[in-house]
Design a protein around this ligand. Sequence first.
Ligand code: PMP
Length: 285
Amino acid sequence: YDDRDGFIWMDGKLVEWRQANVHILTHALHYASSVFEGERCYNGKIFKGHEHSLRLLESGRLLDMPIPYTAEEIDAAKEAVLKANGLTDAYVRAVAFRGAGDEMGVASLGNPVRLAIACWSWGAYYGDAKMKGAKLDIAKWKRPSPETIPTAAKAAGLYMICTMSKHAAMEKGCSDALFYDYRGYVAEATGANIFFVKDGEVHTPNPDCILNGITRQTVIGMLKDMQIKVHERHIKPEELADFEQCWLTGTAAEVTPVGQIGDWTFEVGDLTRRVATAYEQLVRS
Ligand code: PMP
């Protein structure tokens, strides 16, 4: 992704794509002092763009890493970078991090908090699985406790186990991995939240140690508008045997049906299709 034409917004200005570099002694590279957002722009408008800017600021705050911009300034920067690249349908990636500076050690109060925003064209996250139903592996790693790490932040450090789990899943021919949490409850995938259907009602994990996804919250709202009961609760792995349908939600994943988790199988049913279609209409409206 580093060798291409285009522009990236960095610390207040647009720079040439190939020049958007950082020094090797960037604090974030050594100590994961980095938070980020993934957003999608549809027909020239970022879906819930302002909510993503607010979540980025909150992630920075949770890591004791205040980002020196307002949400409105971040919104404007995203618009500017989309315009500079001539994109109306794109993925937008904002990343805030501690740069190189006065100190090179765990402490980094003297290092500036920097912000960069890139965007590029991007299709369906799970490719073919998007319609047929994705196959998920069970991750060997567990989502940690909120007493171990700030789990509400979209922080780079939380993605180390995501990369490892996704690689292991891909080696087994799966599209993604499903995490259980530190207590053993069903948690989320490496970059998406999970929903289940049983007897016409929807069940999804409590967001008490997972990312409370913006897509997750949107889909819960849509289901409530459809008069469908949504249970946000702790879900035990053995319950997977009884669920009829399953889907993932995320900015990148949108609403992706799940056909299989480990040895458990699910149908790509009516409600899954209804929710996927309603979400597609909403983001483009
Ligand atoms: N969980 C994780 C671990 C994620 O990385 C993402 C993607 N940001 C999500 C859930 C879904 O969040 P959102 O709907 O806000 O994209």
